[in-house]
Design a protein around this ligand. Structure first.
Ligand SMILES: Nc1ncnc2c1ncn2[C@@H]1O[C@H](COP(=O)(O)OP(=O)(O)OP(=O)(O)O)[C@@H](O)[C@H]1O
Length: 858
C-alpha cells in the first residue's frame, strides 16, 4: 500500500521525469511545490514553507504561489540558473473521474525563456549545444529562441578552442551529452557560468530538414539535432519562427581568444562586468534593440574580408557626411519595434493585440526609412534601401482587423475592429442596441415615477437593476417592480423586460468575446506566414542601425576612415576610444604607432602609470574597430588586416580558474605563442613580473626572442626590465620606444607621450609617493635604491645579462656590452657552497647552474 494519496502519487510520478527542475504543480489557483522543491523554493523565493497534512506522522513540506503571479517567481528562479516545469490540469475538474489529469506543458529554462520581462532588450539570450566527435572536432550550435536565430560553428582545434569560442557569448544554457567528461563539464560551468542540460538523443528528425538548409556535414546535423530535440522537448509547441541554420566559418573572422575578449573589455568591463566603460558602450549609438544586438555580434567577430569591411566603411562614410538625413533616419528608426522578437512571439503564440499594433506601426515606418535612404548620395546606401522589402498585405490585414489601442489581454475582447467580421458586428449591434434600450428605459421610468435619481445599474451578481433611494420610495407605486436587493440607502428592483434584455446583451457580449479570441488567433496564424519576411526585414533594419551608429559615433568623436594596407601599419595621433570618453575634457594625449615588417616588435618602457597598457589596448581596439567597419580614433590610419589578436594585459587575473597570477600569465603567453602567425597582433604587458626578477626577466627575453625569430607577428611588448632594451642591438626587427615622463621638483609628471628609444628611469618610487605611501617609507626606499645603485655587485640585473646567464634561452649569444671581471674557479666553488637550493625555483637553480658551469669552463 502506498503511503501517499493518489494526487501525491501523481505528483511523484511527474516529478520523477523532471528531477532537475522545480515542478510547479497546479492545484486550483495555485502552483504548489512539495518535498525538496518546496524547501529550496521557499529559500530562493523567500516564501513561507508550510506542511501538507500537518497532523500526519511525516507531513510533507510544501509551499505555493498564486498562478497569476507565477511569472515573477519563475523569473527569479530562471535568473538564478534554475529550470521550472509548469504542470497544468489538462482536463476539466468538474468532469474528471478521480484525480484530475495533469501534465507538464512547458519547461522554462534559462536558455529558453520567451517572456519579455525575462529577456534583456539589447542582448541575445542563447541556448547552445555542444557535441564532440571522434575525430577530435567539436560543434557548437547557438540558438536564440526569442529571435529564431540558429548559428553553427565547427571547431577543429580541440577543447581549449571551444572554451575560447564560447567565452563571453550571452549563453545562458548549454545542452551536452551526458557522456561529456566531468572535468569538461566543470570547466563549462565554472568558466562560462551557465546551466548545463543533457540531451543524449541526437537522432535527425525529418521535421528539421527545412531548418538545416544546406548543412552538408553530418557532424553539424547531429549537433543541430541535439539542440532541436532539446528545445522541442522543453517547449512542446510550435517553433515556426526558427530560422535556417547559418554556418559560422570561423576562418572568416578575426579570432579573439578568451583572454583578449576579457582584457580588451569589448562588451563588458573586467571588474564590474557591465557595459559601461566597454568599447560597446562607446560605439552603441544604435536606436533599436535589434541593432544593439547586432552590434554586439559584430564586435565579437570582426571581419577578415577586406571587401566586406570596405563595403561597410563605404556606407558609414555615406551616413557620416549626410548628417541631416542621418538624424531623420535615426528618428524614424526609433519607432521601429523589435521585429525579431515580435516574430518569435507570433510563432510561439504569446503575442497580444498591442504587439501586433507595434508590428503594424513598425512596418508602416519602412517606406519612410526607404525614402530617407534613397536621399543619400552613396550608392551602397541606395542599394540597402532596395533590400527593405516589407509585406504590404500584412499591414492591410492588421489595419483592417485590429483597433488602434487594444487591451493587454487577448481574452476580454475590444481587439477587433468593427466591420472586420459580419457575425461579430451582429453581436456588437445586439449588445449596443440592448444598452441603448436600457438607457431609454431609464429615461422613461424617471418620467413616469417622477423620481429624478432613479438609475439603472449593473453588477456581476444581479445583472441589470433599477435603483431607487429610500428617500424616494414613497413615490414608487406599489408592485411596479419586483424587489431584488435592499441596501442601506436604496432598494434595487428588476422587471421581466429588463431581464430579457439583459439576457440578450450578455449573450451577445459573451459570444463576441469568444469570437474575438477566435478571430485573433486566426489573424495570428495568418501572420505566421509572413515570419521569414519579417525576419529578413529585421536583419536589414539592424544592419542599417549599426552602420548609422558607426557614423554617429565617428562624427561625434572625430574618428577617421582607416585605409587597409598590406604591410606597414601606421597610425597618426591615435587615441584610446574609451579612456578619451571617460576623460571627456580632451586631455587624452594622442600617440602615433608604426609597425612595419622591418620593425615589427615595439619594446615599450616607461614608468608605472605612464600609459603603456593604454597604448597597447588602444592599438588593439583601433584594429578591431577597423575590422568591424567603423571609423577609428586617430587623425589617420593605415591598418593591416590581422587574423588574430592575443593579449596579456593588466591585472585581469582569472581568479575563477583557480590559477595563480603567474600561471595565468604563462598560459596567456603560451596561447599566443602557440597560435599566432605573422598576420597576428600580440600584446604582452609586463610579462614575467609575476615571478622572481631573474626568472621573470629571463622568460620575458626568451619570449621576445621567440616571437622575433619564429613567429614574426606584430608585437607590442611592455616591460619594467630596462635590461631588455639592449635587445634592440641583437634583434634587428625590434625597436625601443618609451612613454615620456619628467621629473619636476622631486615629482614625476606623466606626459603620456610615446617617443623613440628606451626610458632612462623607472620612477617607481615617485609613483609610490603619488599613491601617498608614508613619507618615512618613501625615504627608506630611496636610501635602499641608492645603496643598490652604488654597490654595483654581480647580482645587479644588467650584469646577469652580460654574464650570459640569460643566453640559456638564446640560440646565438649576444655580445656583452661592457667588460666585467670573470669569476674565478674558487669563486665558483664558493658560490656553489653558498647556494640555498631549498629557496630556489627550478628555473633559478637552472640559471645558476648554467652560469657556474660557464664560468668554470672559462
Ligand atoms: N595617452 C594618454 N593621455 C592621457 N592619459 C593617459 C594616457 N595614457 C594613459 N593615461 C592615463 O594614465 C593612466 C595609467 O595608464 P596605464 O595603465 O596605461 O599605465 P601603465 O604604464 O601601463 O602603468 P603600469 O606600468 O603601472 O601598469 C590611465 O588610467 C590613464 O588615466
Amino acid at each position: 500500500m502506498s503511503k501517499h494519496t493518489p494526487m501525491m502519487e501523481q505528483y511523484l510520478k511527474i516529478k520523477a521525469d523532471h528531477k532537475d527542475a522545480f515542478l510547479f504543480f497546479r492545484l486550483g489557483d495555485f502552483y504548489e511545490m512539495f518535498f525538496e522543491d518546496a524547501i529550496s523554493a521557499a529559500r530562493e523565493l523567500e516564501i513561507t514553507l508550510t506542511k501538507r497534512d500537518p497532523g500526519q506522522k511525516e507531513p510533507i513540506p510544501m509551499c505555493g504561489i498564486p498562478y497569476h503571479a507565477a511569472e515573477n517567481y519563475i523569473k527569479i528562479l530562471v535568473d538564478k540558473g534554475y529550470k521550472v516545469a509548469i504542470c497544468e490540469q489538462v482536463e476539466d475538474p468538474k468532469t474528471a473521474k478521480g484525480v484530475v489529469k495533469r501534465e507538464v506543458v512547458q519547461l522554462i529554462t534559462p536558455g529558453t525563456v520567451m517572456e519579455s520581462n525575462m529577456l534583456h532588450e539589447g542582448e541575445n539570450n542563447y541556448i547552445a549545444s555542444l557535441s564532440y566527435f571522434k575525430d577530435g572536432s567539436h560543434v557548437v550550435v547557438y540558438n536564440d529562441l526569442s529571435t529564431g536565430e540558429n548559428r553553427i560553428a565547427l571547431i577543429s582545434h580541440g577543447w581549449d578552442a571551444v572554451i575560447h569560442e564560447l567565452y563571453n557569448q550571452p549563453i545562458k544554457e548549454i545542452v551536452i551529452s551526458s557522456n561529456l567528461p566531468e572535468d569538461m563539464q566543470e570547466q563549462l560551468r565554472e568558466r562560462l557560468n551557465v546551466t548545463l542540460s543533457y540531451q543524449d538523443e541526437v537522432k535527425f528528425n525529418a521535421e528539421y530538414r527545412d531548418l538545416c538548409g544546406n548543412l552538408n556535414d553530418e557532424r553539424l546535423m547531429k549537433a543541430f539535432s541535439r539542440l532541436l530535440n532539446y528545445v522541442q522537448h522543453t517547449q512542446k509547441r510550435s517553433l515556426d519562427h526558427l530560422q535556417q541554420a547559418e554556418v559560422i566559418e570561423l576562418n572568416n573572422y578575426l579570432s579573439l581568444d578568451m583572454y583578449s575578449k576579457r582584457n580588451l573589455e569589448l562588451t563588458e568591463t573586467i571588474i564590474k562586468k557591465g557595459k559601461h566603460g566597454s568599447l560597446l558602450w562607446v560605439l552603441d549609438k544604435t536606436v533599436t534593440a535589434m541593432g544593439s544586438r547586432m552590434l554586439k555580434k559584430w564586435l565579437e567577430r570582426p571581419l577578415l574580408n577586406k571587401q566586406i569591411i570596405e563595403e561597410r566603411l563605404e556606407v558609414v562614410e555615406g551616413f557620416y557626411h549626410g548628417f541631416m538625413e542621418r538624424d531623420t533616419l535615426r528618428e524614424e528608426l526609433k519607432s521601429v519595434y523589435d521585429l525579431e522578437r515580435l516574430s518569435g512571439r507570433i510563432a510561439f503564440g504569446n503575442v497580444n493585440g498591442r504587439d501586433l499594433i507595434q508590428l503594424k506601426q513598425s512596418l508602416e515606418k519602412i517606406p519612410q526609412v526607404k525614402s530617407i535612404l534613397s536621399q543619400f548620395e552613396q550608392k551602397k546606401i541606395k542599394k540597402i534601401a532596395q533590400e527593405l522589402i516589407f509585406p504590404e498585405h500584412l499591414i492591410e490585414l492588421l489595419e483592417m482587423s485590429l483597433v488602434e489601442d487594444p487591451p493587454l489581454s487577448i481574452k476580454e475582447g475590444s481587439i477587433i475592429k468593427d466591420g472586420y467580421n459580419e457575425q461579430l458586428d451582429k453581436y456588437r449591434h445586439a449588445s449596443r442596441n440592448g444598452k441603448k434600450w436600457i438607457a431609454e428605459l431609464e429615461q422613461k421610468e424617471k418620467q413616469e415615477t417622477k423620481i429624478k435619481s432613479l438609475k439603472i445599474g449593473y453588477n456581476r451578481v444581479f445583472g441589470y437593476y433599477i435603483e431607487i433611494t429610500k428617500a424616494n420610495l414613497h413615490l414608487l407605486p406599489e408592485g411596479k417592480y419586483e424587489r431584488k436587493q435592499t441596501l442601506t440607502n436604496a432598494e434595487r428592483y428588476i422587471t421581466p423586460e429588463l431581464k430579457e434584455k439583459e439576457q440578450l446583451i450578455l449573450e451577445a457580449e459573451e459570444k463576441s468575446i469568444d469570437l474575438e479570441y477566435k478571430l485573433f488567433t486566426e489573424i495570428r496564424e495568418q501572420i505566421k506566414e509572413y515570419i521569414p519576411e519579417i525576419q529578413h526585414l529585421a536583419d536589414v533594419v539592424s544592419k542599417i542601425d549599426v552602420l548609422q551608429a558607426f557614423a554617429t559615433v565617428s562624427e561625434a568623436n572625430n574618428y577617421k576612415r582607416p585605409k587597409f594596407v598590406d604591410n606597414n601599419l601606421a597610425i597618426k595621433s591615435g587615441r584610446h576610444p574609451v579612456i578619451e570618453q571617460v576623460m571627456k575634457d580632451g586631455s587624452f594625449v594622442p600617440n602615433d604607432v608604426s609597425l612595419d615588417d622591418n620593425k615589427n616588435i615595439l619594446l615599450i618602457t616607461g614608468p608605472n602609470m605612464s600609459g603603456k597598457s593604454t597604448y597597447m589596448r588602444q592599438l588593439a581596439l583601433t584594429v578591431i574597430m577597423g575590422q568591424i567597419g567603423c571609423f577609428v580614433p586617430c587623425d589617420r590610419a593605415d591598418l593591416i588586416i590581422f587574423d588574430q589578436i592575443f593579449t596579456r594585459i593588466g591585472a585581469a587575473d582569472d581568479l575563477t580558474s583557480g590559477q595563480s597570477t603567474f600561471m595565468v600569465e604563462m598560459l596567456e603567453a603560451n596561447h599566443a605563442i602557440a597560435n599566432a602567425t605573422d598576420k597576428s597582433l600580440i600584446l604582452l604587458d609586463e610579462i614575467g613580473r609575476g615571478t622572481s626578477t631573474y626568472d621573470g626577466m629571463a622568460l620575458a627575453q626568451a619570449i621576445v626572442e621567440y616571437i622575433h625569430n619564429n613567429i614574426h607577428a606584430k608585437t607590442l611588448f611592455s616591460t619594467h626590465y630596462h635590461e631588455l632594451t639592449a635587445l634592440e642591438e641583437s634583434l634587428s626587427n625590434l625597436k625601443n620606444i618609451h612613454v615620456r615622463a619628467e621629473e619636476y621638483e622631486g615629482n614625476v609628471v606623466f606626459l603620456h607621450q610615446i617617443k623613440d628609444g628606451a626610458a632612462d628611469e623607472s620612477y617607481g618610487i615617485h609613483v609610490a609617493r603619488l599613491a601617498e605611501l608614508p613619507e618615512a617609507l618613501i625615504e627608506r626606499a630611496s636610501t635602499i635604491l641608492q645603496q643598490l645603485e652604488s654597490e654595483d655587485k654581480p647580482a645587479t640585473r644588467t650584469e646577469k645579462i652580460e654574464a650570459g646567464q640569460l643566453s640559456f634561452f638564446v640560440e646565438e649569444e649576444k655580445p656583452a656590452k661592457k667588460e666585467k671581471g670573470t669569476i674565478s674557479n674558487e669563486k665558483v666553488i664558493n658560490e656553489l657552497k653558498n647556494m640555498n637550493l631549498f629557496e630556489m625555483t627550478p628555473m633559478e637553480a637552472m640559471n645558476e647552474l648554467y652560469k657556474l658551469q660557464k664560468n668554470a669552463r672559462k
